[in-house]
Design a protein around this ligand. Structure first.
Ligand SMILES: *Cc1c(COP(=O)(O)O)cnc(C)c1O
Length: 385
């Protein structure tokens, strides 16, 4: 089954009982047993399993090409449950510019409970190799990263993970399974904030994980049930519905994004544009070797915190909001919003400057989006003069 077909026909999303083509919302916490331990279809209690959640979990496993899928109450619940695969005293190599919430959960939740983490620029394979310690158990990466759109070579990460015999975990939120399939490239676990492109409509908070093998799946299934940060049936339904249109949304979002990159390139108020399509040649080649598209996230620098604030206050179709990946275009200033939990000094080191503006391109008419950005950027020009 090809990807576009799998988005519609993958998993077990049709109801076997009635033939309903969408998964019914099984709003139930428990299930009648036909005698002690005699379960129908294996359902016992909805923390352990719920048919609507199963529909989503089988679907994401199919489209990511893994053995088992898991749905959680948020992307961070998914990240946290994956980190619980590790124990106090274990060491993780983490991409240096991962999502701000991921940085925070490593730094302020798991490190204080005995997990060691080293933040490394994972676009540098040798730096990752050099960071391996005797107690290293996991390499955790995003590609491209948020908001700097740095590219990490996933095949190279697999090679390092094999040398050290550690797990490779990839957050695939930005690319989605439509553009990139990390399991094919060697990831052991792939995770998503389904709040973003998979849900796609700014109406649900959810997280997903796919395990490469049954065995890796068993480890996570135990934690999902024990820790219990599961996704409810209504929200599972919404994510299944979102995934069905992922292909058309990603194609249209990318076309809009490429047109916007082009106009930003000729705008005098913009000093730096970050999008995989305009990355340095070597990074672009790595990206193209592992992904089928460039995606809809763009960041650009307007020079100062003041200018960035003016721009986000001036757009009318780009809504000032956190989050990304929805039908509506969003705009934000990472240093003061999504990445505010990263200390200022560290943000500077990473290149998350105060003037950096991030946009998540949506499905509006691209001419409206371009006009909107151009008039907002004209305000910056007048500040400079
Ligand atoms: C948003 C996001 C997360 C966290 O997901 P939530 O659903 O907000 O908990 C993790 N990783 C990336 C790349 C994200 O963009």
């Amino acid at each position: 089954m090809r990807t576009k077909t799998a988005l519609i026909h993958g998993g077990k999303t049709t109801d076997p009982l009635t033939g309903a083509v969408t998964p019914p919302i099984y709003q139930t916490s428990t299930y009648k047993q036909d005698g002690i331990g005699k379960l129908r279809e294996g359902y016992e209690y909805s923390r352990s399993a719920n048919p609507t959640r199963t529909a989503l979990e089988t679907l994401i496993a199919d489209i990511e090409g893994g053995a088992r899928g898991f749905a959680f109450g948020s992307g961070m619940a998914a990240v946290s449950t994956v980190l619980m695969l590790l124990k106090s005293g274990d060491h993780v190599i983490v991409g240096s510019d991962v999502y701000g919430g991921t940085y925070r959960v490593f730094n302020r939740v798991f490190q204080s409970r005995g997990l060691e983490a080293t933040f490394v620029d994972t676009s540098d394979e040798q730096a990752v190799r050099d960071a391996i310690q005797a107690n290293t158990k996991m390499i955790y990466v995003e590609t491209p990263t948020n908001p700097l759109l740095n590219v990490t070579d996933l095949r190279a990460m697999r090679a390092v993970a094999d040398e050290a015999n550690v797990l490779l975990v990839v957050d695939n939120t930005f690319m989605t399974p439509y553009f990139q399939n990390p399991i094919e490239l060697g990831a052991d676990y792939v995770l998503h904030s389904a709040t973003k492109y998979l849900g796609g409509h700014s109406d649900v908070v959810a997280g997903l994980v796919v395990a490469r093998t049954e065995e890796l799946g068993e480890d996570l299934a135990f934690l999902q049930n024990s820790v219990g940060a599961v996704l409810g049936p209504q929200d599972s339904f919404l994510v299944v519905r979102g995934i069905k249109t992922l292909a058309v949304r990603m194609e249209a979002i990318e076309a809009n994004a490429l047109a916007i990159v082009k106009t930003l390139q000729s705008n005098p108020a913009v000093s730096r544009i970050l999008h995989p399509s305009v990355a340095a040649e070597s990074a672009k080649q790595v990206h193209l070797s592992q992904a089928r598209g460039f995606g809809g996230m763009i960041a650009f620098d307007v020079g100062s915190a003041e200018a960035a604030e003016q721009v986000v206050a001036s757009t009318k179709y780009f809504t000032l909001a956190e989050s990304l990946g929805a039908v509506e275009s969003l705009i934000s200033v990472p240093a003061r919003m999504t990445h505010a939990s990263i200390p200022a000094e560290r943000r500077q080191e990473l290149g998350i400057t105060d003037g950096l503006v991030r946009i998540s391109v949506g499905l509006e008419d691209v001419e409206d989006l371009i006009e909107d950005l151009e008039s907002a950027l004209a305000v910056v020009d007048s500040i400079k003069l």
